[in-house]
Write a new protein. Structure first.
Length: 311
């Protein structure tokens, strides 16, 4: 969509899931909204999420399940907009939904269904979207209604967004500015550090960053073992810093991945120990003795194969 105005009620930086839903909400309340996206297409991370099926929510979203230094933020946010509100929106578009383990909800067909739904909601609400936008600078107007002594404009406009698009420079003013640029992960999908730069510019407190929801990669001396086991998956219980998860673990050619490792990575710090129970809920000693009594001629590797995958 092309922009034809120089002033907006709301400008949102980032056309991901958060940015688009924020735009829909603001526009439905009568705000004139523009979304600026750095990438060539909107919602790229939506399309890759859930293995292309978009795990858009689950039925037990609760503030206590959020990792946050401020629990009150998630409580307030979820009180205003619950998982059931989004589920109702999805059902309104007759999107086929698949419920998986832990009550996770995925698209039955494709993540495109969720993205198309959000874009249709944007269109109906009158949201303008512009891609290929590289943010250069944000100006905050002072209380007198101008960013410097030479530039005057509407007193209601509080911010000026300077960006490039198609090799042209643009300046747009807005009353409210929303930074929904996401994190630094996956630059190929549009991720950048502009959000952190803007936060620093306005003196906002930044939480130290670290990788989260990521696999674990081993050093070179252990990699040969991983390579031999690569592709094998099994259910395990993983524990770290008083947190435990039971889910599938996947051996890769570089280390350990799978849902359980991605979850525990949020609680791991460099130097911490991770405990992995390869036989969760099973008394290994009792099971081995019983198996040997039942099958005395079987070798240990044969017995273990009943519970553990063969490389």
């Amino acid at each position: 969509m092309s922009t034809t105005h120089s002033q907006y009620d709301v400008i949102i930086l980032g056309a991901g899931a958060s940015g688009l839903l924020c735009a829909i909400t603001a526009a439905q309340k009568g705000r004139h909204v523009l979304v600026l996206e750095r990438a060539n297409k909107v919602g790229k991370k939506i399309l890759m999420s859930g293995g292309g099926r978009c795990n858009f929510t689950n039925q037990f979203v609760d503030p206590d399940n959020f990792i946050s230094q401020n629990k009150h933020f998630s409580k307030a946010a979820l009180k205003r907009y619950t998982q059931w509100d989004f589920i109702a929106l999805v059902e309104g578009y007759n999107i086929d939904v698949e419920q998986r383990k832990h009550n996770q909800l995925f698209c039955h067909n494709s993540a495109k269904d969720i993205l198309n739904m959000l874009l249709e909601e944007c269109s109906q609400a009158g949201v303008e979207i512009k891609t290929h936008c590289e943010i250069e600078h944000i100006n905050a107007f002072d209380i007198k209604g101008h960013s410097d002594k030479h530039q005057h404009h509407d007193d209601r406009q509080r911010y000026q967004v300077q960006f490039t698009n198609d090799k042209k420079n643009h300046k747009l003013n807005c009353q409210s500015l929303v930074v929904a640029t996401g994190a630094l992960s996956i630059p190929s999908l549009g991720g950048s550090g502009i959000g952190y730069d803007i936060a620093q510019q306005f003196g906002l407190k930044l939480t130290p960053r670290q990788a989260g929801l990521v696999p674990f990669m081993f050093s070179d001396d252990i990699k040969p073992v991983c390579e031999r086991l690569s592709g094998l998956a099994l259910e395990v219980t993983v524990s770290c810093n008083k947190q435990s998860f039971t889910e599938n673990m996947l051996f890769t050619h570089r280390g350990l991945s799978g849902p359980v490792m991605l979850q525990i990575s949020n609680y791991w710090q460099a130097g911490d120990t991770i405990d992995i129970d390869l036989l969760p809920g099973l008394d290994a000693a009792h099971w081995l003795i019983e198996s040997k009594q039942q099958h005395p001629k079987n070798q240990l590797k044969t017995i273990l194969a009943y519970q553990l995958a063969k490389p």
